[in-house]
Design a binder for this molecule. Sequence first.
Ligand code: 3PG
Length: 401
Amino acid sequence: MKRKTLEDIQVAGKRVLVRVDFNVPLNDQQQITDDTRIAAALPTLKYLLEQGAALVLMSHLGRPEGKIAPSMSLKPVAERLAQFLDRPVQLAPDCVGPEVEHLALQLRPGQVLILENLRFHPEEEANEEQFSRQLAALGEVYVNDAFGTAHRAHASTEGVVHHLAVAASGRLMEREVQYLKDALQQPRRPLVAILGGVKVSGKIELIENLLNKVDTLLIGGGMAFTFFKGTGLEIGASILEAKRVETARQTLVQAEARGVELLLPVDCVVADRFAADAQTQVVAREKIPADWQGMDIGPQTRQLFADRVSAAGTVIWNGPLGVCEMAPFAVGTREVAQALVRATGERGTLSIIGGGDTAGAIAQLGLSGQMTHVSTGGGASLECLSGLVLPGVAVLEREGG
Ligand code: 3PG
């Protein structure tokens, strides 16, 4: 069954229970340091309010492991959301129970109630049925806009859907699925994937899935050194996942067999220690000195990767190409990202940025607004791009009502 979207449901005068992913980073004073995820839910929330709905919002924050942790209260989130929506947002003292039910029942159109952290109850992650029923009792219609949590089969993302007559996906959810799943089914070609980050493990299913779909695979970041090992190169003191060398080697073989162009860096920026002020040099990949470690892709590789990106119809990017948190080693990621921004603006290339570290690196470069789509989901975007079923999305297809 096709998922229902906001256009398919009637919400005027109804209490709409909305699962959002407001799992935002907080500093030691419980201040929000990045409110992207709150902002990303606004199109859905504003639409529902304009239609005359009352909103009961629910989210987790952090990993309190089923216990009440005041440092993980949704209070700062409620305050920030009230600013964004320019109306009061009431924080419930809990997410289930008679008092919360009473507050939900009192809501009038245009009012917003946000439940306290779902994960203060172990039943949320256990996807416990009675807890799901209690959540369901708070609304008449369910909307899931929490793409970032769609890879979790929890009570608020999966269980609750079985106990409400109508369920739909929100605008953010639709957009994320459109770019991270549908864009891979019928891509504008050439389809180029950029893979980076430290580890090969955790990305094996992603690599498998991409090898079946892409025309070109560009590999940089720490994981490139495990691939270098797989080709027999010496990598000095660069990061290595010894257990994944064979996986890397097989990936190279499979790419060749499937006619996928797989490009590893041809040169690297290496450093004498892992520090922003380390001594550095640019070396060909065959010439990494013993005791030096790879920190970024080199200038020839930047050009090579930028050329592929510039000619692409679609680019999917997961993982930074160097140690981006240290400015001297963010150059490769920056130059390739700039080429991608140009291709997006000038040629209409679809630029799709995976969540988590990749989105963080692009945001740090100030380029997020110039990409076609930057995912709000870390684990969820990885699983989606890996071709895995996201339980929070699948249940909307089965039980949309
Ligand atoms: C995320 O930040 O990736 C989501 O909010 C899911 O959080 P979790 O990994 O704690 O389930």
